[in-house]
Design a binder for this molecule. Structure first.
Ligand code: HEC
Length: 148
């Protein structure tokens, strides 16, 4: 790592080009996003996304990736969610969607994801990522000063 010549990467970044094949989070296909939208339909009875999203029966889900669990300011979370210490990533989201109570014991989200295959969850997350990419934000408190 330390001895790698980073100059080409640096130049590519300057030019806004990023063609390294192992770059994370490859652009999802339109078809994947479309089936993710379908997979989100049951979630949408409790969760909003998009420009006018706000807290409903569940918290809104804009800007979800990298967000601390239980951190939007217009929603009253369970104590379990607030103290979970989770940061939402592909992995933590997939696990939570699969089995909310196993990941956050005592969470107030009641959702049984029978029929949500790995594929379906990946599509769903690709769909949610489009709201991240659109730069839509979530109501969030100022970042903590340091530690807890
Ligand atoms: C019956 C209503 C309901 C359904 C359906 C539902 N949720 Fe939730 N969800 C909730 C509630 C309520 C919470 C708040 C949990 C808490 O505070 O413990 C929540 C929390 C979450 C969170 C944590 C957000 C944060 O701000 O930390 C995520 C992520 C989430 N849900 C995703 C989903 C996805 C994806 C689906 C569909 C696969 C889904 N939910 C289906 C009610 C629901």
């Amino acid at each position: 790592m330390g001895t790698m010549n980073t100059r080409p990467l640096f130049l590519a970044t300057l030019l806004g080009i990023w063609m390294v094949p192992t770059a994370p989070a490859a652009e999802p296909s339109a078809q994947q996003v479309q089936s993710g939208k379908t997979a989100f339909v049951p979630c949408a009875s409790c969760h909003q996304v998009g420009r006018s999203a706000r807290a409903a029966f569940g918290p809104q889900l804009n800007a979800l990736f990298g967000r601390r669990a239980g951190s939007t300011t217009d929603y009253r979370y369970s104590a379990a969610m607030k103290r979970s210490g989770i940061v939402w990533t592909e992995q933590t989201l997939a696990a939570y969607i699969r089995d909310p109570q196993a990941v956050v014991p005592g969470t107030s989200m009641r959702f049984v994801s029978y029929g949500y295959s790995d594929r379906k969850i990946a599509d769903l997350l690709a769909y949610l990522r489009t709201y991240q990419a659109a730069g839509l934000s979530a109501p969030a408190p100022a970042p903590p000063a340091s530690g807890r």
